[in-house]
Unconditional design. Sequence first.
Length: 227
Amino acid sequence: MDRQVGGRVRPLVVCDLDGTLVDSRRDLAQSTNRLLAAYGAGPLDEQAVVRMVGDGAATLVARAFQAADLPVPREALGRFLDIYAGHLLDHTLPYDGVAESLDALSRVATLAILTNKPRALSESILRGLGLAAYFRDVLGGDGPHARKPDPGGLAQLMATFKVGVEDTLLVGDSVVDVRTARAASAPLALVRYGFGFGDIPAGELTGREHIVETPRDLVALVAGHGF
């Protein structure tokens, strides 16, 4: 890999997956409701489930059972992962412009994924949508590092690709990504179109974040290394 582009260090762009590259809301909600139905509970509203997403599958399952006023069965996480694995791509699609933007970004930056979703499921989604070839590494929430917002996964990627924090951009859509970037003292691009953006608490943003309206805007930011 050429570590320089135009005489400068090749930047590292680390992307979240759900809500940043792909719209997975319906499959996550329907899989969650299939799990609850297996224990006799009624379905939750899709948007309610979406607000539970972001901190990993175990937390999603725990929040769903709490919302259903049921204790969490010991086997519930494994059962959810089995259900979801069979429905990863029923409705999940890349956001408009993501594939083209990743193609352009891969020419000027090293791309990686940092998600709290399990790695195998993340890789299956990327392969199924034809996006896997753009990424040099995928770190999931089941890796040896702590899940986001702990900065360990981001630090691991920077070490792997020998890129300093000043040349690393985290791209996400949620408060989890905000706190991850802050913990790592890394630049952050937040995608306004993502399903987590609207739930970022008031006062959480400092004004130093780059707010990206479309995936194509991210290309311009990285190409100019404006972070």
